[in-house]
Design a protein around this ligand. Structure first.
Ligand code: OGA
Ligand code: NI
Length: 373
């Protein structure tokens, strides 16, 4: 539905309007602004730790030694970083290019045409074209528009809300989702074995072929006149079991590792894979869900295609699997459904926002008192 409030609220419109300073809602609080530098410079840096690249070519090798070495590297990256560049993942470059072209062609349409696909978050219609609504007192916003929809399993999709233009969108995206689902199974198998579990265990715990839902979010980050003050996506961990991300080779993704923000390199034909909260919980913290964020820049539009593999909202209780818990390693997470986990995170976030508003108010009061002394 096209509503008065949705028109004119797109970041793309703002970006194209020729403003040289961004509205205050997009300016991040001071604490977040340290270390937001020029992302192109940051991407070139070879200093410090780097996001691991995992080559999956030998994942099913006949040679047990070769196969085990490959699998060890994957498990190590999942336990150490919780994020990695996957190469030789088995999904063809051609298919990935088609998905990216289709998404880009959709976003290249005039805004009025995209608005026909607008979501309506207030009424619970979360699928479609959208931008973040301010969800706390500070009214903080992110420098991006997006398109969000379920892509797998096929009976849970609603093709009627998918972009009709370009014509390859539905075909390419469906095919890609199907391939990713296969890759997810492969990864879950290795990660199960890595915890000393039967190979099908994690797949089963997250709902198997019927219940694990793949949701695609195309993140569209327009050029930003003050990239040092804004964020495309604020710091968060993904709630999913796994997340797979493609991008248009414009840097932006940063990972919080070893107490510092590390900029991900753009690795050709790779898929960025995150371990999300769901696997972190099931593995009792042995696999990590890393804090990450997205920067924006002045020169280039950045687009990323994130596919979140998520368990059913209410059906499954997420808690550390008994095999991962011992006297020395007690359960680090209380049992919650996926839905409760999300609610809990939102609640914690709003508490933190409240705290920082209060702190800011106190500080300005103190400052006023000092200045009148
Ligand atoms: C996300 C995300 C990062 C990116 O959508 O959850 O972290 O690279 N995106 O756009
Ligand atoms: Ni994320």
């Amino acid at each position: 539905m096209v509503t008065a409030s949705s028109i004119g609220s797109r970041v793309e419109t703002l970006s194209g309007s020729g403003i040289s300073t961004i509205p205050k809602e997009y300016v991040r609080p001071k604490e977040e602004l340290i270390n937001i530098g020029d992302i192109f410079e940051e991407e070139k840096s070879t200093e410090g730790p780097q996001v691991p690249t995992i080559d999956l070519k030998e994942i099913d090798s006949e040679d047990i030694k070769v196969r085990e070495k490959c699998r060890e590297q994957l498990k190590k990256a999942a336990s150490d970083w919780g994020v990695m560049h996957l190469v030789n993942h088995g999904i063809s470059d051609e298919l990935m290019e088609r998905v990216k072209k289709a998404g880009k062609d959709f976003f290249d349409l005039p805004i009025e045409q995209k608005e026909k696909y607008a979501n309506d978050q207030v009424s619970g219609k979360i699928q479609g074209y959208g931008s973040k609504l301010a969800n706390n007192a500070s009214g903080q916003l992110e420098w991006e528009d997006y398109f969000f929809h379920c892509v797998y399993p096929e009976d849970k999709r609603d093709l009627s809300i998918w972009p009709q233009t370009p014509s390859d969108y539905i075909v390419a995206t469906s095919e890609y989702a199907k391939e990713l689902r296969g890759l997810a199974t492969k990864i879950l198998t290795i990660l199960s074995l890595g915890l000393g579990l039967e190979e099908g265990r994690l797949e089963k715990e997250v709902g198997g072929l019927e219940e694990l839902v793949l949701q695609m979010k195309i993140n569209y980050y327009p050029k930003c006149p003050q990239p040092e003050l804004a964020l495309g996506v604020e710091a968060h961990t993904d709630v999913s079991a796994l997340t797979f991300i493609l991008h248009n080779m414009v840097p932006g993704l940063q990972l919080f590792y070893g107490g510092k923000w590390v900029t991900a390199k753009c690795v050709p034909n790779s898929i960025v894979m995150h371990i999300g909260d769901t696997l972190e919980i099931l593995s009792n913290g042995k696999y990590k869900s890393i804090l990450h964020r997205g920067l924006v820049n002045k020169e280039k539009v950045r687009i990323s295609w994130a596919v979140f593999c998520e368990p059913a909202k209410e059906k499954i209780i997420l808690k550390p699997l008994p095999e991962t818990v011992s006297e020395e390693e007690p359960a680090m997470f209380p049992p919650r459904t996926f839905f409760e986990h999300i609610q809990h995170k939102l609640f914690r976030q709003s508490q933190e926002a409240l705290m920082s508003t209060k702190e800011a108010a106190l500080k300005s009061k103190e400052a006023a008192l000092i200045s009148t002394k």
